[in-house]
Design a protein around this ligand. Structure first.
Ligand code: FAD
Length: 449
């Protein structure tokens, strides 16, 4: 039996707090350092979205720590998309032919608090709040943590250090300064769109103002708004708009004299449901959307990144947290497979997950184009119907990409490969059909001339 490890985790966000429980289950001694205050005492202060779509990958991880049932009690299942056209017409498009398939709207703050409570129940987990990590010594495995008394940073040695400190990771920054970092290529891309959150409150009887069992989308070509239901009867709406430009953009919104009229001409059926629109639109921040990619996710003998720190993605497939949770499960699996040999585990983990991170990054960007634009096109809707019909006919052979991403745990890179193969088959089929048609036409021309 291999010895349990001393493991330090940077970040008690969604991935860090889940990972603490997973590793504690295997007997490791886990210490978590979080920059923020303890949300169990102070309430959750997040810089990110208020609610999230939780799907199969995330649920698998919650099941592994015994939290799935508790979390599922407070989610709002969303079984499809409801599209809102500019003229106010709506249409429902189920995600799957199986009625039980749904993605689940969950409160980010409550989920984080439940994950922390679960971690804290383990004797072998220690949680530190308001203790940001400031540096890592990758050669010897020391984390440097800010000292609260204003003294020199404290240095603490670990066998394994996990950077779960989010898209603007301190640990990743330190990796870039490590002298032996050769091969650690890194890219950070801000897309042209940013986001701002608005609110549709509950009706006076506490019920939802829109159908709660769907993700609502107002696709408008170069921009869109979405709304996810909350368990308290409200909806959190998110504007995904270009930052700048003459058309719909946050720049134009900031310059508008009448914010309600500006947003009302784009989403006429939504503004009447938003009594606090004026102040929300003026006061809520415009936040950027960043994509992060690293050549590999480990550094030296002891340290590894996961979640947003390793592969922040745009949120259009609702997979950032779900993929981060899958990272946590896979890292634990590699530690088990390699008998807690840290170096081997982090290298093989990175080799397995990095291509999956790249794949979900690509799928998420593709889904942005689908949601803001193609989802409202007749051709796209027709192709979706055909795909669903084929799926019903041959459920194991034809599975739409959306289903594979959201309702299975199939590795993302496998999904991208299948998508490429399917596109190739369709192209080949079309080529055969066109050749046959040409032969038939040539035959008739030859016969009648
Ligand atoms: C608008 C929007 C909508 C989204 N919707 C979805 C969705 O529907 N479904 C989905 O799956 N994902 C969604 N995501 C993505 C999801 O939010 C992230 O992928 C997820 O939060 C990643 O978890 P994480 O633990 O890696 O990072 P985070 O949740 O960002 O946690 C990082 C933690 O590290 C802490 N930290 C930072 N620096 C330090 C430091 N130096 N020392 C110690 N601690 C530190 C932070 O305070 C934070 O608590 C969305 C994202 C956005 C922006």
């Amino acid at each position: 039996m291999s010895q349990p490890l001393d493991i330090g985790i940077a970040g008690a966000g969604l991935a860090g707090s889940l990972l603490a429980s997973l590793l504690a289950q295997d007997g490791h001694r886990v210490t978590v350092f979080e920059r923020r205050e303890d949300p169990r005492r102070s309430g959750f202060i997040g810089g990110r979205s208020i609610n999230l779509a939780l799907s199969t990958r995330g649920l698998e991880a919650l099941t592994a720590i015994g939290l799935q049932e508790k979390i599922m009690k407070d989610v709002v299942p969303m079984r499809g998309r409801i599209m809102h056209d500019p003229d106010g017409r709506t249409s429902f498009h189920p995600y799957s032919v199986a009625p039980s398939d749904a993605i689940n709207s969950v409160s980010r703050g409550e989920l984080n608090i439940e994950l922390l409570k679960a971690a804290d129940e383990h004797e072998n987990v220690t949680l530190h709040f308001e203790k940001p990590i400031v540096d890592v010594d990758f050669a010897s495995g020391f984390i440097k943590v800010e000292s609260t008394e204003g003294n020199e940073p404290e240095s603490i040695k670990f066998d394994l250090i996990v950077g779960a400190d989010g898209a603007y990771s301190t640990m990743r920054n330190a990796m870039q300064c490590y002298p032996q970092r050769a091969g650690f290529g890194f890219s950070q891309t801000f897309i042209s769109h940013s986001y701002k959150e608005l609110v549709i409150p509950p009706l006076s009887d506490g019920s939802h103002a829109l159908d709660p069992n769907a993700l609502h989308i107002w696709p408008r070509g170069a921009s869109m708004m979405i709304a996810l239901p909350n368990a308290d009867g409200s909806f959190t709406c998110t504007l995904f708009w270009p930052r700048e430009g003459q058309g719909t953009s946050f720049e134009s919104l900031a310059a508008a004299d009448d914010v309600t009229a500006y947003i009302g001409q784009i989403y006429p059926d939504a503004v009447n449901l938003m009594p606090t629109l004026e102040e929300d639109a003026r006061n809520n921040p415009v936040s950027p959307l960043v994509m992060i990619s690293c050549d590999h996710w480990y550094c030296g003998e002891h340290s590894v990144l996961l979640g947003d720190a390793a592969h922040a993605i745009v949120p259009f497939f609702g997979q950032g947290m779900n993929s981060a949770f899958q990272d946590c499960m896979v890292l634990r699996e590699h530690l088990r497979t390699h008998d807690n040999n840290v170096r081997r585990a982090i290298v093989t983990f990175s080799e397995q997950q990095k291509p999956n991170g790249d794949a979900i990054s690509k799928l998420s960007l593709d889904n942005f184009l689908i949601m803001r634009d193609r989802v409202s096109s007749r051709w796209f809707r027709l192709s979706q119907h055909v795909e669903k019909w084929l799926h019903r006919l041959m459920p194991s052979r034809v599975q739409p990409v959306y289903n594979l991403v959201s309702f299975t745990t199939t590795p993302y890179q496998e999904i991208v490969k299948r998508q490429a193969r399917r596109r190739q088959s369709i192209k080949s089929l079309l080529a055969v059909l066109i050749s046959l048609a040409a032969l038939v036409i040539a035959f008739f021309i030859g016969t009648f001339t």
